[in-house]
Design a binder for this molecule. Structure first.
Ligand code: ATP
Ligand code: MG
Length: 420
């Protein structure tokens, strides 16, 4: 061990486990790539004001969890705590919404940073794959995103997750509900912090994870009883489309989520094997966000799925991903001449797309064969001076143990045909 350790609330992804993370990212991205979403990458930090406005001044993310700092040049920046505000900022900056091709559909994958109390499934540096569909108000789009997330989780072999669904209303009906909820909350015996929250953003009190608070909330007015006709119709259509796609969900009238920008459709994916860090992903419609960050009206919808928690969910369900060995051929040279010949051969193999590795460091036969085994390679190429004098190398099938001599000039063609 060195003098240093990974900072609190972070961990390193190292082989072989890191392969699972890559596979999870890939599995989440695949349905998006297949559905018209283009890849976007934005900086790891942004102007802090983007998040203050875009995520919401009163949210935990902005008030407690953001890594904000001032640069030597005096810029006030923050490490990104989430993806949506940045992606929308980038889309507006590049005028993607003006190409006349709405919705703009984008997906992303990367690291996010929140100063949280670290625990299992809750880190200060974590990874999300997300999708945003910008500039269209269409219940089919909300349904598409929910269906694609469901498809991603299922393709990984996850089964014990649930989809919670709610509508948060719009600027017509939410203010009426907000006032009614506030009235109700003012009549409760709650702590100072919660009281303040009830005044600034009463909906978020519904999201309080404490049981004592949840108990007091029984009988609180529910948004679904306040939805205007337009929101009701919209939500009903989303529900019908998801149902028709065979995707099961649960109506959760108390689901609000922590970010300020959501309107109408709101959803969360929860996994029952993760204890209190049960949310593996979430998202919803954010029709007002573009205007909040100085853009035109652009009704949009999106989600972000947590890669770390998805990996934990796989572990909880005992799902092992089928990850193919990264090396197909392992070369074991015995002597200087063999080193030169086999090194040239693995370079050739790599050029034709065969994954090959080499026993570096002048290992003896025994050590080199151990490494060949560990690499997971299907074949080993072993050559000593006597083999080369005859113009051959030994091709060993690592599964059957069978060994055959093949001509040095036939190596590439032979392995291409054997590995299909
Ligand atoms: P929670 O209620 O658990 O704090 P959240 O509502 O803050 O979650 P979102 O902002 O919706 O989470 O982020 C989407 C997903 O990113 C979450 O469902 C989760 O899987 C993941 N995520 C969020 N924060 C963390 C974290 N600190 N560590 C690991 N994963 C996280
Ligand atoms: Mg959170």
């Amino acid at each position: 061990m060195s003098t240093f350790q990974a900072p609190k609330g972070t961990y390193d992804l190292i082989p072989p486990d890191s392969a699972t993370y890559l596979a999870v990212r890939e599995a989440i991205a695949a349905p998006l790539r297949n559905s018209g979403y283009g890849y976007i990458e934005t900086p790891g930090f942004e102007n802090v004001e983007l998040f203050a406005r875009g995520v919401g001044e009163s949210t935990d993310i902005v008030t407690k969890e953001m890594y904000a700092f001032e640069t030597k040049g005096g810029d006030k920046l923050a490490l990104r705590p989430e993806g949506t505000a940045s992606v929308l900022r980038a889309a507006l900056e590049a005028n993607l919404h003006k190409t006349g091709n709405l919705p703009v559909k984008l997906w992303y994958s990367g690291s996010y940073y929140r100063y949280e109390r670290p625990q299992k499934g809750r880190y200060r540096h974590f990874s999300q794959v997300g999708a945003e569909a910008i500039g269209a108000e269409d219940p089919a789009l909300d349904a598409e995103l929910i269906i694609l997330a469901d498809q991603a989780y299922r393709s990984l072999g996850l089964r014990n997750f649930r989809i919670l669904l709610n509508s948060l209303g719009d600027k017509e009906c939410r203010p009426v509900y907000r006032a009614a909820l506030q009235d109700f909350l003012r009549g409760l015996d709650i702590d100072e912090d919660t009281r303040r929250r009830a005044e600034i953003n009463p909906l978020r009190v519904l999201d309080d994870k404490r049981e004592s608070v949840q108990k007091q909330l029984t009988g609180a007015p529910l948004l679904r009883d306040y939805l205007c006709d337009a929101c009701k119709t919209y939500h009903e259509e989303v529900r019908e489309l998801i149902t028709a796609a065979g995707v099961a969900f649960e109506d959760d009238p108390k689901l609000v989520r922590g970010l300020d920008y959501y309107t109408r459709t709101t959803f969360e994916f929860v996994h029952d094997g993760l204890g209190s860090q049960s949310a593996v992903g979430g998202g919803g419609r954010y029709d007002g966000l573009s205007e909040m960050i100085g853009g035109p009206a652009l009704p949009s919808v999106g989600w972000a799925l947590g890669v770390d928690r998805t990996v934990l969910a796989l572990e909880a369900e005992g799902v092992e991903l089928d990850i193919p060995a990264s090396t197909s051929v392992y070369a074991v040279p015995l002597g200087e001449e063999a080193r030169r010949v086999l090194f040239a051969k693995i370079t050739e193999l790599r050029k034709v797309g065969i994954a090959a590795d080499f026993a570096y460091g002048g290992k003896g036969l025994k050590g080199a064969m151990k490494s060949a085994n560990r690499s997971g390679a299907r074949y080993a190429l072993v050559a000593g001076e006597r083999d080369l004098a005859e113009g051959v190398v030994q091709l060993k099938d690592m599964r059957s143990g069978e060994q055959t001599a093949i001509g040095v000039n036939e190596i590439v063609a032979e392995l291409e045909s054997r590995l299909g």
